[in-house]
Design a protein around this ligand. Sequence first.
Ligand SMILES: [Zn+2]
Length: 396
Amino acid sequence: MLRVVLVILIFISVTFSKTTNEEVWPRGESLITFLNKQHIQKDIYFNLSKTDKELCSEIEAGVAYQIMYDKENHLDHVLIPISEEMQIHIYKNGEKYILEIIPIIFESITDILTVTIQNSPYQDIIETSNNKKLANEFVRSFKKSVNFRKLHKGDKIVIKYIQKMRMGNYFGAPVILGAFMKIKYKKAKYIFQNPSDGRYYDINGRSLTSVFFKVPLRYKRISSKFTYKRFHPILKRYIAHLGVDYAAPRGRKIWATASGKVIFRGRKGGYGNAIMIRHSGGYKSLYGHLYKFNKKVRKNSWVKQGDLIGYVGTSGRSTGPHLHFGLYKNGRAVNPSKVMSYSKKTLSGKSRKKYLKYVKNLKKELNSKIETKEVQFNIKPFKSYYSLDRNTTIKS
Ligand SMILES: [Zn+2]
């Protein structure tokens, strides 16, 4: 089955490469307004399941998408990414259009980057790896523990990370598994991402991500859990739910999960009345199906954790009153339940033990990069270098 899908996708991408236009999704455009412009019947959207409607509202302004027209200038195919791993595929089948959600094919590369400081970590990481997002994530994750102004030429950085690749280009945001900085006359500073919660901690299990998230309402039960791109064997299609649905009576208060800036307030397709808040650490939160907003909370407002932002409802054609709550890290949906279950500044007990065990080998691996590269460093002084021990796994 997977192979068939793969062949079809390769076929699509080959035929696409000939006549496809790459366009940028405009601000304010929704799938509905897009279908209107293309003169496509809107049933293909309205007949979707509740979760697929929500997925169609995940399209972000500014995302590049591929579109192909036929000879009569009617839409033939379009591929619109909705996450790093999934895309909306609309195509003409006879007189009718079909909408489906299909995976994006990419490679996942685990790499270790070794950098010798010449200018600044940000600049040097970009020069060595040509990866701006990696430089951003590195600076963001280290700025709590290292004063970047006190670095010297010749200080070292080692980063182990996962980067998605697509058609030879970096794709999506890199994930730093572990990294350290060796600053002259000082002990090495480490950060590691804890696989249990996706947050950064130091070598002793102290959290380096300052933002903590709280459940945004008093709910009755979780009516739908978070699922990230899963192939449903009976429905024979990909299903995903990029958030948690909390069932609660209409009008129940919704609070900001953490402090931040409101970046969206309005209608958001399948999410109905929605609010989005940007938090520190590269996080964003989404609240959907609201009955109404707190009028004081507008776009560009700053809110504190626990501030009232709106009320539970059923807007956006959802079944019963509930809150759809989504959390995103660097644009990628993460499981809110998992992220929220960790709310301590320092790991303790079993979770600390597990973390320290995990970190032990990773630390050894990172350290070995500097020890073995020291020789090269003597031969090529003041030059950055890029290690190439890659292990590649194909994901689909
Ligand atoms: Zn939902």
